[in-house]
Each structure stands twice: as structure tokens, then as C-alpha cells.
Design a protein around this ligand. Structure first.
Ligand code: FAD
Length: 387
């Protein structure tokens, strides 16, 4: 079954301009030509080839919203949303890291780096010559970010970085890692900084590619820093201010995850509607059973309501008005809504349990969205602080 059947279940939107839709066509074609034919092999390998990054950069899929002056596409967050959605719609999960790179890492440079730093690195990030990761999580600190143990001691030569990170997206291919480290360990959240680490520096090493239950072509690794010397001009933003920067950046990251989740849900619904029309049991198509139709009707309503809410948050973000609470609600709602994919899979019977059917892969590919970018429990914590 193809993953490209579309839109029978998708709500009308009306947010994107003709220029955005043209960009969507470019992204869609790139994914159909350069990614989908190879994706199953990449899942076996646990990695995408390094060259795919350069091809994506040259095709305009990386940093679509960074200023043209810095090599970016000169677009807006809707261009970013299009890349997120087109990857999600066809379950091209091996390249989820494009959005980590473009829309999580690069914005820290765009928003907090100096003009010289931007000129030095953003063009390489945009054309795919530099692959990037962000490293916050450690084996003993995920949700509780201020409990990280990685330290960066300032010396006259630069920062001496020591520590370990885990679950790092793009970590295998990364040329640069934006590392969150403690520059003033005694100050907790007020003593954390962002260091832009060159992975060819002595003392840096990577662990194995982690064996995940889903998103199997997306490399996720452990990273180790043993007295890595980071030049002083690789500090991004001000020393000790990282926590505030991260709280700012996480708003966009969570909205992006929400967009991804609602797109997965719509796609899974599309595949299931098609399948239940084609598959017959007891002499009639599955969809003619009232139980099946009612379940699909419920999930279609859920998908439309989720899309309406996430798009409202998207519009707020475009206006610079989406706050931490709004982004947390969008992520919580949209990622929890993907639980419905389990009910959709059920309608495929045994075929739903096979990885060659996208619905089977969707179940495991989508699951991580309730964990990373801040878990559902952390989203509830953020929302409950506003009660
Ligand atoms: C596929 C994947 C990719 C990732 N990519 C990156 C990356 O690129 N960079 C990066 O830095 N990190 C990355 N992560 C890490 C991710 O952000 C963390 O896994 C996540 O923040 C949760 O942290 P943890 O795993 O340490 O769980 P923990 O913090 O140990 O939490 C365990 C469970 O307990 C719950 N919990 C914790 N505290 C409370 C509480 N006070 N009340 C109630 N429940 C609580 C959590 O919600 C969770 O369900 C990735 C993870 C995955 C799975």
C-alpha cells in the first residue's frame, strides 16, 4: 500500500499562500524522488546516507525560514510547517532530523548568535554541508533539564567541556552539536550555557546508534565529551543564559511536534478509509459495518478538531503570540490524539501488524512524540502552573 494517498480526511485550512503551496510541491517531489524509494533500506541500516543532507540542502528543504543573507530560504514558519507536514504525511521518519536541524538548532543561532557567527555557520547548515544536533538530555537528566551534569569550565584558551549526552537526534552525522552545559554548576538553571561544538575536536566521541522501536532510519546516539576544548567564540548567546533561550526555543519545537502529530493522524485515517473500502469480510466492504463507520467518524472528528486547534496555534505563532502554555497544550493534545492510530491499525487486521503497511510503522514511529520535546506529563505540569 502506498503512503501517498491523500486528503480524504484532511480539514480545509486556508492558511498557506500560493507561494507556500509551490514550496509544498517542491518538498513533496523531493521526498517522493529522493527519500521514499530508499527509506526501507535506510530503516534496515538504521541511518540515512550523509549525502541526503546535501541533496536536501540544495533542494531548499533545510533552513527554509532563515534569512537569505545567511543562505536560508528567506521564508516564514509556514515554510517550515510544510516540511514538517510533508515528512509526516508519508512517514519519512528517517529524515525527521531535518526539522531538528532547521527548526530547533538553527533558530538558536538565528536568534542568539552574533552576525559573524551567523555568517560563519548558517550557510553550511542551509546547504547541508554542516549537519547539526542539539544535546540537552543526559542519562540521568531528561525532563529535569536543570539537573544536567555536563560542565564547561571557562579557561583562557576556551571552555573545557566534560560530560555525556544521550538520545541525540542526528548525532551520528552531526558536524556540530549545540551542547547545553553548566558554566556555573552552583547556580542551577541560572548557570547553563549553549556551546557550538565541532565534532572533530579531540575528546569528542559518539556511542552506538541506539536501537529504537520506531523512526528506525533516524540516527539517535549517545555523545561523550572528555575535556573537549571549545573556543570562546563558539559560545552562542550570553554565558549562563541558556535556560531562558531553551524555554523560548521549546515553544516552536512543541508546535512543530503538534503539526507532525496531527498530520500523522490525518494520513493514518486516509489509509484506513481507503483500506476499509477495499477490504471485504462477510460479503461486504468493512466500511459498511456501522461499528467501523462510527469509529472512523469519531476519529475524523478528532482529526479535524486537532487540526483546527493546531492551526490556531500556528496562526498565533506566526503573529509572535504563542506562549509556553499554548505550545504545551498543542503538543499535549495533538500527540495524545495519535493514540487513535491504534484503533485505525485494528481495522487492518493482521496486515496492520506488518511493517510493510504504513499503519504498522505509524504506530511505533509516532509514539516518541509523547516523550521528546517534553513529555505529556511535563506539558501538563506547564499548563497546570497557569491554573
Ligand atoms: C527518539 C528520541 C529522540 C530524542 N532526541 C533528542 C535530542 O535530539 N536532543 C535531546 O537533548 N534529547 C532528545 N531526546 C530525549 C527526550 O527529550 C527525553 O527522553 C525526554 O525529555 C524525557 O526524558 P527522560 O527520557 O530522561 O525521562 P525522565 O525524565 O526520566 O522521565 C521518565 C518518565 O517520568 C515522567 N516524569 C518525570 N518527572 C515527572 C514528574 N515530576 N511528575 C510526573 N511524571 C514525571 C516523564 O514524563 C516520563 O514519562 C530524544 C528522545 C527520543 C525518544
Amino acid at each position: 500500500m502506498q503512503t501517498t494517498t491523500r486528503h480524504t480526511a484532511t480539514a480545509r485550512r486556508g492558511i498557506f499562500s500560493a507561494d507556500h503551496e509551490l514550496f509544498r510541491t517542491t518538498v513533496r517531489r523531493f521526498i517522493e524522488r529522493e527519500i521514499l524509494p530508499f527509506h526501507a533500506d535506510w530503516e534496515q541500516a538504521g541511518l540515512i546516507p550523509r549525502e541526503v543532507w546535501r541533496k536536501a540542502g540544495r533542494a531548499g528543504l533545510l533552513l527554509p525560514m532563515a534569512a537569505a543573507e545567511y543562505g536560508g530560504g528567506g521564508g516564514d514558519f509556514l515554510h517550515t510547517a510544510i516540511v514538517v507536514e510533508e515528512i509526516a504525511r508519508v512517514l519519512a521518519s528517517g529524515v525527521l532530523g531535518f526539522t531538528t536541524h532547521s527548526d530547533i538548532v538553527a533558530p538558536y543561532l538565528v536568534n542568539f548568535a552574533t552576525h559573524e557567527q551567523k555568517l560563519r555557520w548558517l550557510p553550511g547548515l542551509a546547504n547541508g554541508d554542516i549537519v547539526s544536533s542539539i544535546a540537552m538530555t543526559e542519562p540521568s537528566a531528561g525532563s529535569d533539564l536543570k539537573a544536567i551534569r555536563t560542565t564547561a569550565e571557562r579557561t583562557s584558551e576556551g571552555y573545557r567541556l566534560n560530560g555525556q549526552k544521550t538520545f541525540i537526534t542526528n548525532g551520528f552525522h552531526a558536524d556540530r552539536v549545540l551542547v547545553v552545559a553548566k558554566t556555573r554548576p552552583e547556580a542551577g538553571a541560572k548557570g547553563m550555557s549553549l556551546l557550538w561544538v565541532d565534532t572533530t575536536t579531540p575528546g569528542f566521541s559518539r556511542g552506538r546508534v541506539l536501537d529504537k522501536i520506531g523512526q528506525r532510519a533516524q540516527d539517535t546516539v549517545e555523545l561523550f565529551f572528555d575535556k573537549v576544548l571549545v573556543p570562546l567564540d563558539c559560545l552562542i548567546g550570553d554565558e549562563d543564559k541558556a535556560f531562558g533561550y531553551l524555554m523560548h526555543g521549546l515553544v516552536q519545537e512543541r508546535l512543530m511536534i503538534a503539526l507532525r502529530c496531527v498530520t500523522h493522524l490525518e494520513a493514518a485515517l486516509d489509509w484506513t478509509i481507503q483500506y476499509t473500502k477495499e477490504r471485504s469480510t462477510f460479503g461486504k466492504p468493512l466500511i459498511e459495518n456501522q461499528y467501523t463507520r462510527f469509529k472512523l467518524a469519531e476519529i475524523k472528528t478528532l482529526a479535524h478538531a486537532t487540526r483546527a486547534f493546531v492551526d490556531a496555534c500556528l496562526i498565533r505563532h506566526m503573529a509572535g503570540e504563542l506562549d509556553a502554555e499554548g505550545a504545551a497544550m498543542a503538543k499535549l493534545w495533538a500527540s495524545e490524539s495519535t493514540r487513535a492510530i491504534d484503533d485505525l491499525l485494528q481495522m487492518f487486521g493482521g496486515y496492520g501488524f506488518m511493517r510493510e503497511y504504513p499503519i504498522g510503522r505509524a504506530l511505533t514511529d509516532v509514539r516518541g512524540n509523547r516523550i521528546y520535546g517534553g513529555s505529556s506529563e511535563m506539558m501538563k505540569e506547564i499548563i497546570s502552573r497557569t491554573l
